[in-house]
Write a protein that binds this ligand. Structure first.
Ligand code: BTN
Length: 257
């Protein structure tokens, strides 16, 4: 099956590349069309959030970036990654799985990570571009994951009986991105909070959150209209706009033992 881009923009396909996000950032200097997709069978330097790497050797995974033009100064793009995450969650649901969202935009199935999203922006003389990098564990078997991530990674194939055709899945992914990008433009995130909270992996749980080398502990109370996390930390309600959430050690160090 052929890859189709519903954004009506090019699809740049590679066998191997360092990182589709890095390529997309460089490519932005050539003023690519809104919705241009960069996809590679593997990556030699896949990047994750907070300087982590993303295991990308296996061709059973999806390594995909889409370039979106940030045309309007009046739009706050802060919630777009959460819309994207909801769209991808819907796609996993098509395969009769029960995905959960680990704020802001990791997707887990049966407590293990199946999808990670890395959003980066870049500015040049043509304007500002948002690069949404998506890594999906699609067809891997358990032994396809390196030992250091085996305990926390899973693939869609490991969790569904429905046959997965890679290019078909990628086309559905682009369709969902198109749909949820348009929802982002036309509806406030507030309307999606009930769905987001319903799918949340961390709602009402004790977490620890690392931000700028600082650890914050607390219980997750919900998410607000900006997509921020609302945390009850030492009986103070705080909202947090970024950070790496962990459920490990959350009890050990919290006031809510
Ligand atoms: C994370 O969970 O930390 C985000 C992982 C994002 C990985 C994808 S794979 C395609 C794109 N290119 C990269 O180098 N990273 C993203």
């Amino acid at each position: 099956m052929e890859l189709i881009n519903i954004f009506n923009a090019p699809i740049c396909e590679f066998e191997t590349i360092d990182s589709t996000n890095e390529y997309a950032k460089k490519f932005s200097k050539q003023n690519p069309k809104h919705g241009t997709i960069i996809i590679s069978k593997n990556q030699t330097n896949g990047k994750g959030r907070f300087g982590n790497s993303w295991d990308s050797k296996n061709e059973n995974g999806i390594y995909y970036s889409i370039i979106l033009k940030m045309n309007s100064k009046n739009i706050n793009y802060e919630t777009l990654p959460l819309f994207v995450c909801i769209g991808i969650t819907k796609l996993f649901e098509e395969y009769k799985t029960s995905p959960k969202i680990k704020w802001p935009n990791d997707i887990l199935i049966n407590e293990k990570k199946v999808c990670g999203i890395l959003c980066e922006s870049t500015k040049n003389s043509h304007g500002e571009f948002l690069i949404i990098g998506i890594g999906i564990n699609l067809l891997q078997d358990e032994n396809d994951f390196p030992p250091q991530i085996k305990h926390k990674a899973t693939s869609l194939k490991q969790n569904t009986n429905i046959p997965i055709i890679k290019n078909n899945f990628i086309n559905r992914l682009t369709q969902y991105l198109f749909e949820y990008y348009n929802l982002f433009l036309n509806k406030p995130f507030k309307e999606f909070i009930p769905y987001y909270e319903n799918k949340s992996y961390i709602l009402n749980k004790q977490i620890s959150l690392t931000l700028n080398n600082e650890n914050i502990f607390g219980v997750v109370c919900g998410f607000n209209e900006f997509g921020h996390l609302i945390l009850n930390s030492k009986n103070k309600i705080i909202s947090i706009n970024s950070g790496e959430v962990s459920l490990k050690n959350a009890y050990k160090n919290s006031e809510h033992k």
